[in-house]
Design a protein around this ligand. Structure first.
Ligand SMILES: Cc1ncc(COP(=O)(O)O)c(C=O)c1O
Length: 443
């Protein structure tokens, strides 16, 4: 794995560092946290959780005695899960992923699915997982924890299929094998980008040809604010190369720790190989978490039953809020950085929780602290998600767990910090600080 050019180099260090900054400056506005909003948590207060449990109990009692139902809730459970039928139905309805229960494992969040898949698919020392650069810290962290080597795809995301083919070839020449491609095609964490359908199809073709398993992680697909949905890679996959990872952390709440992985019908055309992989993943899970808490599964099941196995209506208020937040952030970025047009750039994501900001200077751990101390805003250096120095001049901004006033104030504060940095750089270079007033009057 290539080294990270930033100070906090490991995933755990990054998280500790950010928690520590947030703890030291509790009044600072955080545009760093990629958490779901807490605005709708009252729909999951204890009485609602109990109602969901009862709803599941009622459903399960149609299939066994009361004693069986109680045992299924309270005893050690089936490793692959007990609500896979309901999750399959929800994935088919909401995400267009045809997931049959016999191919689905209920996991302790997506994080466990990542750990299981990476370790099972990359068992040899020469096996490699390919990732975009930057990418989700949970994926690189899971690979590190399992001793799986990671290689970043070179360049930007313009031609991912060509990057995969090139990198797989390079690795072969070194006697190593690309086994897995980890991607977040919809509203990527950390960048917010979407992989378009043509690129998805091209990626699938390359991966099928090279027998690389695609780990498609889709926590944000339900959070589209504009434009037409792009089919998940799992729905476009005819070769049997995609394992689809899903989670209820963003749609329901993270504390449930319920997610799933769905294997393709065949693994590259081989049904037996898929069944063997299912067995291997299940066995690994039995030594990792034994089974996903049945109480948590039952709550998810009850909520799915209440919602007729579709969370589209459930997430609508959050979708509307996140859309408003994104728009507030984009408007404020336009306002604050107008004087710096051409110097600062950002994307306009159609969904998800994040956007990325390009800067003319390096934004590192020291900058995070300075921003928090002097300006009262905490942001995430993109370098924390990167495998090389290419992301050193970028920031990830999250708009999911803050309100409009915090977004406006946070972006203004960031603008003031950035203007100050540019002014300092220009002063050091002997240039007149013509652009140095960004952020000043824009609260
Ligand atoms: C890309 C990505 N995958 C998965 C998750 C969710 O993981 P979990 O289901 O373990 O909460 C997140 C949450 O931040 C994420 O950004």
């Amino acid at each position: 794995m290539q080294g990270n050019s930033m100070q906090p180099s490991s995933q755990a260090t990054v998280m500790n560092f950010l928690n520590e900054v947030a703890g030291r400056f509790p009044t600072a506005i955080s545009l760093a946290a990629g958490r779901p909003t807490e605005r709708f948590f009252d729909r999951l207060q204890p009485s609602a959780l109990l109602r969901a449990l009862s709803r599941y109990e009622q459903y399960a009692s149609g299939r066994g005695t009361k004693r069986d139902v109680m045992a299924s809730l309270l005893q050690y459970g089936r490793t692959a899960g007990m609500i896979e039928e309901l999750i399959s139905a929800q994935l088919s309805r909401d995400e267009g992923v045809v997931a049959t229960p016999d191919r689905l494992i209920v996991t302790a969040g997506c994080q466990e699915a990542l750990a299981l898949c990476l370790a099972a698919l990359c068992p040899e020392p020469g096996d490699v997982a390919l990732v975009c650069n930057p990418t989700y810290i949970g994926a690189t962290g899971a690979a590190d924890a399992s001793g799986v080597a990671i290689v970043a795809l070179p360049g930007n995301d313009d031609d991912l299929a060509a990057s995969v083919a090139h990198t797989a070839g390079e690795l072969r020449r070194q006697g190593r094998t690309a086994r897995v491609l980890y991607v977040i095609p919809d509203f990527d964490n950390p960048t917010g980008r979407v992989i378009d359908e043509a690129q998805r199809v091209a990626l699938l073709a390359v991966c099928a040809q090279q027998r690389i398993v695609v780990l498609e992680d889709n926590p944000y697909g339900m959070f589209r604010y504009d434009g037409q949905p792009v089919p998940p890679m799992a729905a476009l996959d005819s070769a049997g190369s995609v394992i689809y990872l899903s989670t209820y952390s963003k749609t329901l709440c993270p504390a449930l720790r319920v997610g799933s992985l769905t294997l393709p019908q065949t693994l590259f055309g081989d049904r037996t190989a898929r069944m063997q992989l299912f067995e291997e993943l299940t066995q690994r899970k039995s030594f990792l978490t034994v089974n996903t808490s049945q109480i948590a599964q039952a709550i998810v099941a009850g909520l799915l039953l209440e919602q007729d196995c579709s969370l589209r209506k459930w997430v609508q208020p959050a979708v509307d809020l996140y859309r408003d937040n994104r728009d507030t952030m984009l408007r404020q970025l336009d306002r604050v950085f107008a004087p710096l047009a051409g110097t600062i750039g950002w994307n306009r994501p159609d969904g998800g929780f994040f956007l990325s900001l390009d800067l003319p200077f390096r934004f590192d751990a020291e900058a995070v602290t300075a921003c928090a101390v002097e300006h009262g805003v905490i942001v995430m250096p993109m370098a924390f998600f990167a495998l090389d120095a290419s992301q050193d001049r970028r920031i990830r901004l999250a708009f999911s767990s803050v309100d409009a006033a915090q977004i406006a104030a946070g972006v203004s504060a960031l603008g003031a910090y950035i203007a100050q940095r540019i002014e300092q750089a220009e002063a050091a270079a002997g240039v007149a600080p013509a652009l140095a007033t960004a952020g000043a009057g824009s609260a």
